[in-house]
Structures are given as C-alpha cells and as structure tokens.
Design a protein around this ligand. Sequence first.
Ligand code: PMT
Length: 398
Amino acid sequence: MGSLVNKHVLMGVTGGIAAYKSAELIRQLQKAGATVRVIMTPAAQEFITPLTLQALSGYPVHTALLDSAAEAAMGHIELARWADLILIAPASADFLARLCHGEGGDLLGAVCLASSCTIAVAPAMNQAMWANASTQKNVNNLNSRGIKIIGPGEGYQACGDVGAGRMEEPDLITDQVKALFTSNLLDGKKVVITAGPTREALDPVRYISNHSSGKMGYALAVAAVEAGAETILISGPVNLQAPERVTIMHVVSAQDLLDASLEAVVDADIFIAAAAVADYRPAHNAHQKIKKNDDNISLALTKNPDIVATIASLEKRPFTVGFAAETNDLENHARKKLNNKKLDLVIANDVSNQSIGFNSDDNQVTIITNDSTEKLPLMSKGTLAIHLIRHLASCVSK
Ligand code: PMT
C-alpha cells in the first residue's frame, strides 16, 4: 500500500474518551510520512490537552474560529487549503450531525465547509448513540456525499456497554487513510510528466531561468503513481525530493528536456508538460566567463524547441496535456496554446497572482479542451494533482 509522504493531514479531534487515541494516531500518520496539523473542539480539550497534541504533531493546535492570533498565523481558510485530507478522529455523534448539516459555527465545521479535499471520519460513541436512527441517517447522508466513514469497531466500551461504536485502532485508520490516496484508475498506463524550470547557459557560471519550483509537476507525479500508473518524471533543477516509485530523469536545458521526453514517451498513454521551459536560449554559450568590460552588452537569443508541441506531433502520440501560464486574458491565451500546439487538453493558470502558480503551495486552474471549460476552485497543489489525474484517467479510459 502507498505511503503518506508529502501528504498534509488535518486532523480534527472532537469530544469523547477515544480522544486519547488521537495521540497514537498522529504518530502513526507521521510514521507513514504525513505532516499532521490538529484542530480540537472545546469538548475534545476536556479529554486530552492541546499541549499533548502540539508536542506530538510539532505544530500549534488550532482551537478557535475567532482567534485573531491564530487567524494571522494560519487562519481557517489557509488550513482548509493546506489539507490534502481532513480526518476527524474521533468523530462524535454531535459533530457528525453538525457536519451533515453544514454547520460552520466552530473552527472544525468551518474548515470542513471551506475545503475541497477529501474528508474522512472515524466515529466514536456509545453503541446506542451509534445505532440511533438520527445518527445512522446522518452517516448515510455523509457517505452519499463522498465522506469516507472509517469504522466504528465493535467491542467493550468505556461506559461498560458492548457493541459497535468504538473508534477504530490507529493502525487500521492509518491503513485506510493510505488507501484513500491510492486507486487503480491508471493501472497499466504509463504517464510522463515534465516539471520545474530549465536553465539556459550564458557562460560557465550564468544562466537564464524562471521561478518554477517543480511543486506542481512533482505533485502530479505522486498522484499518477498513486493511481497505479508507471510514472516517469522529467525534472529541471529543483530542490525537491524524488517521489517514491517514480522514475526520475534529471535535465537542465530545454534541449535536454526534449531529448529526455522523446526517450520517455515511447508507449506512454499520457504526457503532462508542467515544466516552465525557457522559450529562448542564448545564441552563444561562452566557454569562458563573460568579462565585465563594457557598460552595455546585448544578448542574442535563439528559440528553443517546443517540447509539448513536438510530443503532440508524434505519429503515435500520447494524450498530450499542456499548462498555460498566463498573466492576462487567461482563457483566450490558453485556447490559442491548445490549438497552436495541437494539445488534447490545457490546464490554464493565472501566474499574475503570486499565491497561485509559480513557487506557491496552492494553485487555481481552469481545465480547457476543444469543447469544454471547467474552472476548479483554489486548492493545494497536492489536492489539485489528485483532481487532475482523476480527470485525465477518465479522458484516457473513454
Ligand atoms: O513549478 P511550480 O513552482 O509548482 O509552478 C507551476 C507552474 C506555474 C510552472 C505550472 O503550473 C505551469 O504553468 N507550467 C507551464 C509553464 C509554462 O511554461 O507555460 P507556457 O504558457 O509558457 O507554456 C505552455 C506549455 O508549453 C507548457 O505546458 C510548457 O511546458 C510547454 N512548453 C513551453 C515552451 C517550450 N519551449 N516547450 C514547451 O513544451
């Protein structure tokens, strides 16, 4: 089963004796590679202290919706965007009812309303409360809305009853959380992704480049491998760790990226060009460091090959996806790229907004094809990558 490396799990702890198990659950999620942040309801704090969960998670625990200090650091909207998964464990009967009705009067409820990531709940309550028709109706409603219900387990309860209502054990919850990030949507498929910037050498010490961090492309590679694809990531120079189970090819210039793409794309089903490729390179790459003799110098540039257009023009071409990084008139410019480069799909992102696009943790994109336009909400690059890979899987399975 997959790991939780690079995954952001926002854990909600609600009131109930099982709150003590949330300490162990944090440890297990971290052991699987996740970064965990915690929100506690007031009732949860009657059972276990925020200090305990702060010490274990390594982050301040969030407890209040209207706390100006907390909002200034990481407010409820940032928390909602940060999460790749919201896991509420334990989830009390009261919280399930409030989640069911979309109540946002406290921090945890508001974050659930504001987030577009997957939500999972591990119910914990007395067996009669679990069996109650209201709770069952709420749980069925949550389930039908795609909220994952983990457990509850059966057995002896703290109140002396025996039956269903115990919070599942932390190791079982961790396994189910891992399973949420894996699917077989791309089983048997090969996906090639480009990521990061290119560097175009001017001389042995200088180059032309851009601000791409590689985060978007790397997140796509993780999502593709978790969907079962054989995944090749062709990466420009970035400061990111190679994702597990992904074959990585390191490149520097646009020409290197083209060579690696042509090699990797053989038998590929999907090609995703998330790299920010330099459109031009210096016409001459000086063998010696250019000296500072003149007040002004001019730089002659020559056009680089267009990698994604080259892949799209291959006789046996994969489903070819480009990104369009635009600062104005987003949809029009993106549509032009779709047509000029003969792509199957373009993901348009507005890079004039510094909180999305280059080097940010979040992104907000529009998926454009010849006959459709779908604007997605702002979300973390990890969550967006999962959405995009699901979308592309449905395109290639048609
Ligand atoms: O890496 P991050 O910091 O996470 O930022 C992500 C991102 C903003 C870099 C990414 O989401 C993105 O938009 N990547 C494409 C950037 C870009 O070069 O856009 P463009 O509009 O100039 O190019 C359009 C498409 O053609 C892109 O798919 C690009 O990879 C491709 N291209 C461009 C030039 C070229 N010579 N060859 C290409 O293949």
